[in-house]
Design a binder for this molecule. Sequence first.
Ligand code: ADP
Ligand code: MG
Length: 593
Amino acid sequence: MTPGQGGRIQVLDESTVSRISAGEVVERAASVVKELCENSIDAGAGRIRVAVTSEKGRITSIQVSDDGCGMSPDDAQLAFARYATSKIACIDDLFACSTLGFRGEALASIAAVAKVTIVTKSREGAGISGTRIVNQGGEILLVSETGCPFGTVITVEQLYFNTPAREKFQKTVSTEIARITGVIERLVITHPGIAFELTHNDRKILSVPGGGRLMDTIIHLFGLPVSRQMIRVHAEKEGIFVDGYISVPELTRKNQYQMFISVNRRSIRSRILSIAVREAYGTLLPTGRYPVVFIDLSIDPSEVDVNVHPAKREVRLSREEEVRKVLISAISGSLGGASLIPEAGSSGNSVSGAEHPGRIRYHLPELGGETGVREPLLRERISTERQLSLTGRQPDTSVESKLPDFQIIGQLGSLYILAGTPGDDLLVIDQHAAHERVLYEQVTEYAEQHHDLQELLEPVVLSLSPGESEALSAALPLLAEEGFCIDAFGPGTFLVRTVPVLFGQNIEPGEVRDIIAGIIGPGMPRGIDTREQVRRIVACRGAIKAGAFCTLDQCRELLQQLARTRNPFTCPHGRPTMIVFPKQKMDELFKRV
Ligand code: ADP
Ligand code: MG
């Protein structure tokens, strides 16, 4: 019998416990959902339902039901003990571990901070009735027989009832629901064979039928437009299997949040593997852009150490370098194959469309060529002009210039402005950071009074996954205050009608999508409130780019604007906007003094 699928629960002995890295305490509602769903998956469930309820701004219950193997009455009681697991019996088993759980800690940690009710019936046992157990704060309050279907229903209520201090850290309900949706999305992607459903106060947020094909899951979660831009990856080398889909180079995101990488169906974060994916795309990807990928690596469990991260989000691979190479060659192989097949309507080959007939709507990026080089430069100059003029419109004469008059020397690498101070020190200014500071102060100080909105010529349509939709819905009121009027328009679809005025009317739809993705995506520094995050992103996106050519006049204009800010010396992220090379120092270096 596979461990975890109905095996007996045992409490791990001390020496095993001492070699298992400590798991994370259950930090938040989304971690509870993750742990419970992982248990259902380990129990061989074909259907998992998650129902969350909230009232008066707090999550009141989380219920996860499955049709998995269930537990015998004895096991169901033991499941609450710390280090009680049916998945491993000793440390060696960890190296053959194919289940998501193995520490035997989750139920114990959840029960320590909540009231947990388990109703379960084992498929193995002879009895006709199931078991109902209530545990509160780690103590079993009730064990009774009950009629119930095969499988397990775990209900968690009064979360943090005995540690009220922790509840303060719970974000608002909508943010927490967005996190929960994100957790489930990752499980759905790694387990296309399981039917999942998520509801919040009876509102259905996500529902997938679990037919088993990843492409169907992608269509369900991300919609047809994204699925049509997917290329199949399927390769094996040296016992390392790579399977999944990657986006054509035209479909990119500004951060890594839609790079779903898993090892043996465990969703992981891995810097090395993410970098490998980008490396495989090589020059096909614009700088600073990331593809959308859904990739699972199947590797012999003996080569995967799952016991390295408290939340099991990272793994250590014993043949990491080989895995990296196989991944790169699988992806570049698929990209190479795909680029040869640009015809519309083709099917039955290894590119997107193989699993669902449809048009393949992408083309190879234009490479080189003089027009390809000159045209963006012109566009860039115009957009630099526009970006600068927007921030130049509101000169605040009450703010004194904090910088001396500079003599502009020129621009270096389309990134740094070189200037001399009256005392002949050399100043190097990062144009992007400088403009970001200007914008940030305007956004924070003026926007509140002016409520300046820019109506877009045509609303930008956003097609979002359930997780993204939840995150965006949570942020809508705040975004509206900041100048983004966004209407919900059918499931997963939103219309952006206005943007803050500093972006202008001609902002490109892709840019709008990126800004919204930046706001709702993860990866923001912790502890900074959402309004502040929105302002920083708006400032960053609206600012002239590193790499944008500036004329001398534009450099001058930018420095004048910077001089009028309250803090010209750092960008909103705290990086310096300028560095000084004192003349004195140069004299010394040239051995003049
Ligand atoms: P772990 O998953 O690391 O083993 P948990 O505390 O999450 O530890 O669960 C303890 C044990 O309870 C599991 O090993 C499993 O035997 C049993 N269990 C938990 N949830 C379920 C479920 N939904 N179906 C069947 N058994 C379960
Ligand atoms: Mg578990």
